[in-house]
Design a protein around this ligand. Structure first.
Ligand SMILES: NC(=O)N[C@@H](CC(=O)O)C(=O)O
Ligand SMILES: [Zn+2]
Ligand SMILES: [Zn+2]
Length: 431
């Protein structure tokens, strides 16, 4: 099979915390050698030109909408968006129609990803049947079918008893529970963060406490059951405090933050822009500062997009009627660089760690490393390259980005999955 040589890059090893100049030789979809002045007798040579050569980025929280909502996104279009955003693997959430709560749907998702043939798609299975929060799914069966975690993302698990039982079984099966933390009696009717801005705009609010109460509950249940718990889309300073304290006590909890939550505040809702409507909602300046501090001190393990595409028709309505969610795959790397790396919140290695080894460890994947013998999943990043976000150029079907018109610096220029170039921005010399 084909050989591929990546010449003259700066290789990022997030596990070891190092960046060093090296070439990478790829054979049969695997990394065959890493070193200086490698040669390929036959095959393709890509001149990386001093750019960063990272393990393929992993987004552990996306919504690919298939089966059931193919007008918003399909596994094929989502895969293209991921590749264009520099992601070689994603974990997709089960809030499809039908819900991914049985073996047939998990197998279907994997088959569609295989047909799309671009990136790796790891399905997250529902925690409860229909994500209704009542009866548990067949967890062992779902794991065998290929599920990498359990979650009812999109809906809160309102019963503590159900969540406790779910964690007991998930622990036995050996997969983590990903929790969408939202106390439904507090969030009911809310469409944005509850605070000064919601008062000014006259919109019903979702208080920070709606998230924090459930973060506290699920930490207590994780400690009680010993089940690894991953908190999805952390948005408040109070959640950060709870997670930091739980980690210090050794509770098996991990957490993620989205680029929109570390970049924007509820001020983005002014003008009733439905692209800024998301769950959990955009919060305040203090929350954004706390999220950045938590990224820097390791309280937040992962950066994940919560890529949630909706159609233009669905979003082009009064703010209160629009669905929650924004697309994120094609702006994530640029936002991480522009908002975190360039200002010095995270070093390049720390940022890449939260997009590779950390999500891989949480989901029990072999991906996220550059090592001889590993799958040749690689993302090439140009830290100096800039662009202005233009949603009309997205490979995703979704156009619902609040970052339209924003200038980003630090962008993916090529994405390689199992030794195959699945995205090429056209800036590298290929011979
Ligand atoms: N984040 C969102 O605002 N929306 C997500 C659901 C979710 O992640 O909870 C969606 O599926 O559209
Ligand atoms: Zn969610
Ligand atoms: Zn989600």
């Amino acid at each position: 099979m084909h050989k591929l040589l990546l010449k003259g890059g700066l290789v990022v090893d997030p596990a070891a915390g190092e960046i060093f100049p090296a070439d990478i030789l790829i054979e049969k979809g695997k990394i065959a050698a890493i070193g200086q002045d490698l040669e390929a007798s036959e095959g393709t040579v890509i001149d990386v030109g001093g750019r960063l050569v990272s393990p393929g980025l992993i987004d552990m929280h996306v919504h690919f909408r298939e089966p059931g909502f193919e007008a918003k996104e399909t596994i094929a279009t989502g895969s293209r968006a991921a590749a264009r955003g520099g992601f070689t693997a994603v974990a997709c959430m089960p809030n499809t129609d039908p819900v991914a709560d049985n073996r047939a749907v998990i197998s279907y998702i994997r088959a569609r990803a295989e047909q799309a043939g671009l990136i790796k798609v790891y399905p997250v299975a529902a925690l409860t049947r229909g994500s209704r929060g009542e009866e548990l799914t067949e967890m062992a069966d779902l794991k065998e079918a290929g599920a990498v975690a359990f979650s009812d993302d999109g809906r809160p698990v309102s019963s503590a008893a159900v969540m406790r039982r779910a964690m007991q079984y998930a622990r036995m099966v050996g997969l983590p529970v990903i929790s969408h933390c939202e106390e439904p009696t507090l969030s009911a009717g809310g469409v944005m963060h509850e605070g000064y801005m919601s008062t000014v705009l006259g919109l019903p609010g979702i208080p920070a406490a709606a998230e924090e109460i459930m973060v506290a509950r699920d930490i207590i249940l994780s400690e009680h059951t010993g089940c690894p718990l991953h908190i999805a889309h952390v948005s408040t300073a109070g959640s950060v405090r709870l997670i930091r304290e739980a980690k210090a006590r050794g509770v098996p909890v991990t957490a993620e933050v989205t680029p929109h939550h570390f970049t924007l505040t509820d001020r983005a809702v002014a003008g009733y822009n439905t692209s800024a409507k998301v769950n959990p909602p955009l919060r305040t300046e203090e929350d954004v500062a706390a999220l950045k501090e938590a990224l820097a001190d390791g309280t937040i393990d992962v950066i994940a997009t919560d890529h949630a595409p909706h159609t233009v028709e669905e979003k082009d309505v009064e703010f209160q009627l629009a669905p929650f969610g924004m697309v994120g795959l094609e702006t994530a790397v640029g936002l991480v660089w522009t908002e975190l790396v360039i200002p010095g919140v995270l070093s390049p290695v720390e940022a890449i760690r939260k997009l590779t080894v950390n999500p891989a460890r949480i989901l029990g994947l072999q991906d996220g490393v550059i090592r001889v013998g590993a799958d040749a999943d690689i993302t090439i990043i140009d830290p100096g390259l800039t662009e202005v976000v233009d949603p009309s150029t997205f490979a995703s079907k979704g156009r619902n980005s609040p970052f339209s018109g924003k200038k980003l610096q630090g962008l993916p220029v090529a994405t390689i999955v199992r030794g195959r170039l699945v995205y090429d921005r056209g800036l590298l010399a290929v011979t």
